[in-house]
Design a protein around this ligand. Sequence first.
Ligand code: IMP
Ligand code: MG
Length: 178
Amino acid sequence: MTAEHEKHIKRILISEEEIREKVAWAGRQLSREYEGKPLLLVSILNGAFVFLADLCREISEPCEIAFLRTKSYFAQTVSSGEVSFLLDLEEDISKYHVVIAEDIIDSGRTLKAVAEKLRQRNPLSLRVVTLLDKPSRRAVDFKADMSLFTIPDYFVVGYGLDCGEQFRNLKYIAEYQP
Ligand code: IMP
Ligand code: MG
């Protein structure tokens, strides 16, 4: 990391080790719950790609993966409140139990819109697993089925999460220093 980047890391909130343990735990839960069932893991790009990559390798059952792309944040740390779909799934999800793997639930707008849209396609079931949850920031009524870490109202980066497309490659989750 350059000194310029380092200035923006206030402190490490969740270490690489803590992430690894929780993701492994989530993988074990999902392996048990979806044993023998057709499972499609859906990741929302770009933020959740690291989480999905680690999570799917902690699942011991067969599963498929697919990607969606939404846009809800247009500038740095301010939520626009709008959600649009830039990339949609190709799969007929009525044949699958769908688990959406998300990086973070903030206002809840993105997940609420995505979950509603996917539910209309009649998946066998639909659940949301989120790596991080900021419940104090919720603007709409939305609750994940599984949340790995609940965090206060900090803007965080790393492990897939960005600020202005930077910091996604950090191995830990850090509080961002503007
Ligand atoms: P929501 O629609 O407000 O719940 O926002 C969800 C999206 O906002 C996430 O998928 C992230 O891409 C982004 N986001 C929300 N909070 C943070 C944060 O603390 N750091 C980085 N991205 C965030
Ligand atoms: Mg995201």
